[in-house]
Design a protein around this ligand. Structure first.
Ligand SMILES: CC(C)(COP(=O)(O)OP(=O)(O)OC[C@H]1O[C@@H](n2cnc3c(N)ncnc32)[C@H](O)[C@@H]1OP(=O)(O)O)[C@@H](O)C(=O)NCCC(=O)NCCS
Length: 352
């Protein structure tokens, strides 16, 4: 679609944001006269990292008129201001009909951890999604580790090769991306970046009573360590890991274990089909299962197996997707209260 600038009308609720005990942060559209404050903010962020220098006139002249720069690209720039000081920045623009780039994500170091970054990113993502963006992308200097944690918490995953800017700071940048609604087969870089959000999903599912090997309360570190091991299997080529997004938030996942015995090269095991409790009954689980079947076939696997706690939602999901019950083992696993539950084993033949 063509970008309609009238849709860029401010969607934020009054531009108010509490930024500290005794001051108020306002979010407003950026204008060209913000140049000096923008440059000061970016430098305050960059100078926290070693070996980064700034040559505005030689490399970044657009910073002196950033409002016009993004308006000319069909995008929007926002500024967060506290006591006339610029303390936050974000921009978003349409790269094509479906892909919008998030840029210039900067928050004054004094306000790190205040939630201002989330408020700014909400602003930019809301605009892009309202304008029918299907994919959101961004680039982040490989040295900005704090920013990476922030993007990963916000459901972005690494995408593509590292970009070489060839500037005076020798900048290298990670690409990050996420679909607004959709599914991605995670490669090793994306799987590694997804660990934080996948841990959120696993912890929430276990907390809600899912019978998926863990017992509540599941510490985040344990959940993250689990996904780190899974990412390593993805890197080794022994596992397929996918994730599903709704409204820009990663809400579901599922895996195929490909590491079968040498006499079962045609089999794979479906594991950890998880949908965040807040996103259930909207077709995410079905989307995960159908994609796992396609991935299995692509990997030359024609027999799938899995097991699930009897009577759970998973049992209904699998039966609805044409899986056959192979049998049931009584008292196979305990729930959080120590009560034993039966487990049902299922199988499905593909392309047979
Ligand atoms: C099982 C799970 C993945 C289903 O995810 P979901 O996104 O809610 O499933 P969908 O919305 O795609 O449901 C598809 C179909 O499955 C069946 N289904 C799903 N949840 C169900 C439930 N709670 N009760 C009855 N049927 C259910 C329905 O037939 C549904 O179709 P419908 O909504 O058109 O009636 C989710 O409940 C979950 O994460 N549970 C905890 C983890 C778990 O136990 N995973 C299985 C491990 S092997």
């Amino acid at each position: 679609m063509t970008h309609d600038p009238t849709r860029a009308a401010p969607p934020f609720p009054g531009g108010q944001f509490p930024g500290g005990p005794d001051r108020e942060v306002k979010i407003r559209f950026g204008v060209d006269s913000d140049g000096p404050g923008i440059i000061a903010l970016i430098w305050a962020c960059w100078s926290a990292y070693p070996n980064i220098t700034m040559d505005v006139d030689g490399e970044l002249p657009q910073l002196r008129a950033l409002g016009s720069y993004y308006a000319d690209k069909g995008g929007t720039l926002w500024i967060a201001e506290a006591d006339v000081k610029i303390v936050g920045l974000i921009a978003v623009w349409p790269m094509d009909d479906v892909t919008w780039e998030i840029c210039q994500v900067y928050v004054d170091p004094a306000l790190h951890g205040s939630g201002l970054g989330h408020a700014l990113l909400d602003q930019a993502e809301r605009l892009a999604i309202a304008a029918d963006a299907e994919r959101l992308v961004l680039w982040s200097d490989t040295r900005f580790d704090r920013a990476h944690r922030f993007y990963e918490k916000r459901s972005y995953v690494r995408q593509g090769p590292v970009r070489v800017l060839g500037d005076i700071s020798n900048s290298l940048e990670f690409g990050y991306a996420k679909p607004v609604n959709g599914l991605v087969l995670l490669d090793i870089a994306a799987a590694n970046a997804a660990e934080t959000r996948l841990a959120d999903i696993l912890v929430a599912c276990v907390e809600a009573g899912a019978g998926v090997s863990f017992l509540p309360p599941l510490p985040r570190e344990k959940a993250t360590a689990f996904w780190h091991r899974m990412a390593s299997d993805v890197g080794a080529g022994t596992r397929v890991l996918l994730a599903v997004w709704r409204d820009g938030v990663m809400v579901g996942t599922g895996m195929l274990d490909l590491a079968m015995a040498e006499n079962q090269p045609h089999r794979a095991e479906v594991q950890k089909v998880l949908v965040h409790p807040l996103a259930r009954r909207s077709g995410v689980g079905r989307e995960v299962m159908q994609a796992l079947e396609r991935s299995a076939l692509a990997a030359g696997r024609t027999l799938l197996t899995l097991d699930t706690r009897a009577g759970d939602a998973g049992e209904a999901l699998y039966r609805g997707q044409g899986w056959q019950e192979a049998g049931r083992i009584p008292g196979y696993a305990l729930d959080a209260a120590g009560v034993p539950h039966d487990t049902v084993f299922f199988w499905k033949g593909l392309g047979l």
